[in-house]
Design a protein around this ligand. Structure first.
Ligand code: CLR
Length: 378
């Protein structure tokens, strides 16, 4: 039934939110939504989803050859999808609208060292643009020689009752091999469809195709399907891992549901399994955080949302937004520009251009944010 998950007092505000979505294209994050759908978490925290199974990230380096490493990258990638796209449903009952980060917002964290992981895995996130919202991140396990760098933006539109989210941006994973050689993997991002809006309980389905292209020539093509397609179940995927031209070997085909398990069709073995617990990133207590760190910055707003005190949440939010507007005005008046702290913007990503060619990436080139190697020493 329409709006069945919407609190009675917010039904009309949900209806007008849905109406305003029709024909909408652009920056969804700036749109006002009713309180019940607000999340107390900023988008700058989302890159942590890339590493909530830090041992799978570390294990990429243990692959004995190019094929094994390509499969290990795919296994790690698929294993992040459950956290990325279903965790709000699990923790809050439905997909929610995250807090829209301010320019320069920061999020730092780490996953501790264990024997299997070798060393600590560190995370640095910076909001590098506000209009449109763009988030840059870098995750590294130095002991294993594995680094992930990427940035994220979204283009949203509305179609047949669903929000369609095109992810703009990409990630590059680099492995520094003991031989001194480096292997690179260009990772493109899937398209999202947000369903369940009519009922007031949104959830994400992944659609279409994403790619992981290795500098060794190995290519993973990942097709996403929801209910009623090749497996008839939601969150289905089929990944085809193709060898480079000089390797005469048939491709691996992996099939399953990304929020549970999948199998390798060649031998029937389990390929990935995310039914086991994940490991959340460790973040400094708010009292020890700097002014621009996400949880400190949004503390008042998040508290209001969590406690159902939406009046103080919205007051706090207005205060932060006004402060931002004033900052931008001051910069314009002084003829200065906001300086990024951990990243430098480049118009063309050389890795994207070089590896994207191998699978005819669309677009053929993309910009990127280069990490400045100056994260906190956590
Ligand atoms: C951000 C990058 C992460 C994966 C990811 C997961 C959920 C996405 C989010 C990204 C971008 C913002 C997003 C969100 C789900 C809902 C939210 C699209 C891609 C939009 C802005 C809010 C929609 C509002 C309805 C829920 C009412 O790696």
């Amino acid at each position: 039934q329409a709006g069945e998950a919407v609190p009675a007092a917010q039904k009309s505000s949900w209806t007008s939110f849905l109406k305003s979505l029709a024909g909408f294209t652009g920056d969804l994050s700036a749109m006002t939504a009713p309180p019940f759908i607000l999340s107390p978490t900023s988008l700058t925290e989302f890159p942590a989803y890339w590493c909530e199974r830090p041992e799978l990230f570390a294990m990429i380096a243990d692959g004995k050859n190019e094929q094994q490493r390509a499969l290990a990258v795919l296994r790690w990638f698929i294993s992040t999808l459950k956290g990325q796209y279903t965790s709000r449903n699990e923790s809050m009952g439905s997909e929610k609208k995250p807090l829209n980060p301010v320019l320069g917002e920061l999020f730092y964290g780490f996953w501790p060292e264990t024997k299997e992981r070798g060393g600590k895995t560190t995370l640095v996130v910076e909001q590098v643009s506000h209009h449109p919202p763009i988030t840059a991140y870098r995750i590294a396990n130095d002991a294993k020689g594995i680094v992930l760098t990427g940035h994220n933006a979204q283009k949203t539109s509305f179609s047949a009752g669903s929000i369609i989210v095109k992810q703009v941006g990409h990630a590059v994973l680099t492995i520094s091999l003991p031989s001194g050689n480096q292997e690179e993997y260009l990772i493109t991002l899937p398209r999202l469809r947000i369903d369940g809006l009519w009922y007031g309980s949104p959830y994400i389905e992944l659609v279409e195709t994403s790619y992981i292209q290795s500098s060794t020539g190995w290519l993973s093509t990942i097709e996403y399907k929801g209910k009623g397609y090749f497996s008839g179940t939601s969150h289905s995927f089929k990944a085809t891992v193709t060898p480079p031209a000089h390797v005469s070997q048939s491709p691996h085909v992996i099939q399953g549901t990304w929020h549970t398990t999948s199998t390798d069709r060649q031998n029937g073995a389990t390929f990935h399994d995310v039914t086991t617990p994940k490991e959340e990133v460790i973040v400094a207590p708010i009292a020890e955080q700097a002014e621009w760190e996400s949880r400190r910055l949004w503390h008042g707003v998040a508290k209001g949302i969590r406690e159902g005190d939406f009046e103080s949440a919205s007051k706090e939010k207005t205060r932060i937004e006004n402060e931002q507007r004033q900052r931008r005005r001051d910069e314009t008046a002084a003829g200065t520009k906001w300086e990024l702290k951990h990243f430098e913007h480049i118009d063309n990503c050389p890795t994207y251009e070089r590896l994207g060619k191998l699978f005819s990436a669309n677009p053929p080139t993309e910009d990127a944010y280069v990490y400045l190697n100056n994260g906190p020493s956590v």
